[in-house]
Design a protein around this ligand. Structure first.
Ligand code: HXC
Length: 257
């Protein structure tokens, strides 16, 4: 598939999606979101790929949704275009997705990062929801994802004020997994992705499903899902290999089957 607004490449078993509209600070228009999600779905189905990464360039992750594209929208035009259906598809991705963030990560771009499982950021990263300053509000899950992550009071402060937060504050609130020097973001993200790619892929995806479900299910329903996934792991060759390798005192070799 040919892409116009993203670059796509693989490093080992890691599939990378690089946002590529540098003239507008990678502002996300609909075509770009379509390309991102189409590519993630392709990687999700590709047995050679175990982990995915979404990144911007060295200066910016992305400055939010494309304001030029949104300016003339009406409630009815959006109802008919249904622009958020593609975002919903992101929640169905089974493999791990890491956001690798330098510079601004605002509005829809912050929502894109929050849809990812992990965020690795540079000290130069700035996260925020400036929509309030445009007379609107987050629309691709920001109010829900941020509130589930940090609670109502902090989320309201963050979204009401619309000011960007630095990476270290985002980390202290549990939004960001690791903060490193700006020039090390790609390297650290790739290191993290590669170590995740070495884990048993079926375990990794079953863990993702169970942990993600914890936010929405009751404790008992969550435990039931966990138990089913635990049982399912025992249907994999990797379970046999992992336990055999332990007994034989050697590293496991996981095949993802
Ligand atoms: C369209 C954008 C853009 C955006 C920047 N540009 N952000 N174009 N949509 N979100 C364009 C500028 O118009 C400019 O184009 C070029 O990128 C460089 O931007 P500057 O503003 O000149 O850069 P700088 O002075 O460094 O300021 C950086 C910035 C600022 C602070 C990030 O660009 C900014 O505030 N951008 C908007 C951020 C924002 O409000 N995001 C939320 C969008 S709403 P020209 O042609 O002049 O060079 C949203 C809703 C999500 O995300 C809803 C669900 C999807």
């Amino acid at each position: 598939m040919s892409h116009q607004l993203i670059k796509v490449y693989e490093e080992g078993q890691v599939g990378v999606v690089e946002l590529n509209r540098p003239n507008v600070l990678n502002a996300l228009n609909r075509q770009m979101v379509d390309e991102i999600v189409d590519q993630l779905e392709m990687y999700d189905r590709n047995p050679e790929i175990r982990v995915m990464m979404i990144k911007g360039n060295d200066k910016v992750f992305a400055a939010g949704a494309d304001i030029d594209e949104m300016m003339e929208e009406t409630p009815l035009s959006m109802e008919m275009a249904n622009p958020f259906a593609v975002w919903d598809r992101m929640t169905l991705i089974k493999k791990p997705v890491i956001a690798s963030v330098n510079g601004f990560c605002l509005g829809g771009a912050f929502e894109l990062a929050l849809h990812c499982d992990l965020i690795i950021a540079g000290e130069d990263a700035k996260f925020g929801f400036p929509e309030v300053k445009l007379g609107v509000m987050p629309g691709a899950g920001g109010t829900q994802l941020l509130t589930k992550a940090i609670g109502q009071r902090k989320a309201l402060e963050w979204i009401w004020l619309g000011e960007p937060f630095k990476a270290d504050e985002a980390q202290s609130l549990g939004i960001v997994n690791r903060v490193v020097a700006p020039e090390l973001v790609k390297e650290e993200s790739m290191r993290f992705a590669q170590s995740l790619a070495n884990q048993a892929p079926i375990s990794v995806r079953l863990i993702k499903e169970a942990v993600r479900a914890a936010e929405d299910l009751s404790l008992m329903d969550g435990m039931k899902l966990e138990r089913k996934n635990f049982y399912l792991a025992f249907d994999s060759e990797d379970q046999k290999e992992g336990m055999k390798a332990f007994v034989e005192k050697r590293p496991p070799h996981f095949k993802g089957v």
